[in-house]
Design a protein around this ligand. Structure first.
Ligand code: TXA
Ligand code: MG
Length: 352
């Protein structure tokens, strides 16, 4: 059954309207500083079910609970350790999600059956205003259909979920473009379950030793990631995506990489395939102008993360069958960017 999806602005009036919808267990997509989220009442099993069904998402994949006041953590979680308080003070509002033992008020539908809960206090004004006006905690996964790249504009959301959700708040393109860093505080040593804008180094500067869940680094291991969502083939474009890099390390020797990409490109073009190349702006002139998609620039990782998912969606829109991407390791954000790109590529790497 299709519903009429309201496209709203981020005006006070529109956000108030959206807040009312949330109170009735309806679903509203809204911008955050990372990606657009698909919001529903986090304490309502009905709303949680509706989120899974709108996204086509497996219901064992837990949702992040969005709050607007740090004190809410004490209602949603139990045994809040000092490290949590320190992280909340240092990084909230902002793109950090923390995992804590859940309290009784959080239904298992929201946590995918787990005894822990993921909590985040976003910095985007429209997100904060929506949480405040609705007076509820908002469960929100990324507002894409399961398996598609996360949405970084309201249009991406509409492309995936139009007719399946009540409303979309259009707050323009997001700033960061990849999902929040997730840190698990229920393990002895705080553990990053998903890399993001807030890096291991940033966290360690505040709380000391932090581990990275080995399952998210190893490509072909049988390790089970602790964030259930990381086990699914996420972010995948429809075409075959390959990352081309040199043996000396990622994005060293640009010339050799460009030469290889052009070889591969020409080969597939000659066979009549639709091909796209992903490269930073400064390298676009190395490739066929008509088929290269710029992904940020070489000076700042956020320009890359902000464009990454949109560029994968552009490949889909062009019906690209083969996609060759330079690698984007050489930034402070490189780890988080390559985590997403490698997943999108199913870890297919061509070494020059
Ligand atoms: O930036 C973000 O975090 C965005 C915006 C909308 O806030 N949200 C987002 O949600 O990325 P989602 O559902 O697409 O990703 C949530 C990830 C999943 O990989 C899920 O498995 C993991 O968080 N997660 C949630 N609760 C968890 C828990 N209790 N334990 C371990 N992993 C958890
Ligand atoms: Mg997601």
């Amino acid at each position: 059954m299709s519903i009429n999806t309201h496209i709203l602005t981020d005006s006070d009036e529109d956000i108030s309207f959206a807040a009312e919808l949330l109170k009735e267990d309806k679903l509203v997509a809204f911008p955050t500083e990372t990606v657009y989220g698909l919001g529903g009442n986090a304490l309502s099993p009905t709303a949680a079910q509706a989120i899974y069904s709108a996204k086509g998402r497996p219901s064992d994949n837990p949702l992040i609970v969005h709050i607007c006041d740090p004190n809410s953590v004490y209602e949603l979680a139990e045994n809040v350790p000092d490290t949590a308080k320190t992280l909340m003070e240092a990084f909230w509002p902002g793109p950090l999600t923390i995992i804590l033992p859940k309290s009784e008020v959080v239904p298992k539908q929201t946590t995918g059956g787990l005894d822990t809960v993921a909590i985040r206090l976003p910095s985007h004004p429209a997100a904060l205003s929506l949480i405040k006006k609705s007076g509820i905690y908002i469960a929100a996964p990324s507002a894409n259909s399961s398996g598609r790249p996360s949405p970084t504009t309201a249009k991406h959301v509409a492309d995936d979920l139009n007719g399946r959700i009540e409303a979309i708040i259009d707050g323009g393109p997001v700033g960061i473009g990849i999902e929040s860093t997730i840190v698990d505080l229920t393990s002895e040593i705080p553990t990053i379950l998903r890399p993001g804008f807030i890096t291991k180094k940033n966290l360690e500067a505040i709380i000391g030793e932090v581990r990275i869940d080995p399952a998210i680094i190893e490509a072909d291991s049988n390790l089970r990631p602790k964030a259930p969502g990381m086990k699914y083939t996420h972010y995948a474009p429809s075409g075959e995506l390959y990352i081309v890099e040199t043996a000396q390390g990622r994005d060293k020797n640009t010339e050799a990489v460009a030469k290889k990409i052009n070889e591969l490109y020409n080969e597939k073009k000659a066979e009549g395939h639709v091909v796209r190349v992903l490269a930073p702006e400064e390298h676009c002139s190395f490739y066929n102008e008509a088929d290269v998609i710029p992904v940020g620039n070489t000076t700042d990782g956020v320009t890359v993360s902000a464009r990454l998912y949109a560029s994968l969606r552009e490949c889909d829109a062009a019906k690209a069958e083969f996609i060759y991407s330079e690698s984007f390791e050489n930034y402070e954000l490189g780890g988080a960017i390559m985590n997403r790109l490698l997943k999108a590529a199913g870890h297919k790497i061509i070494e020059v």
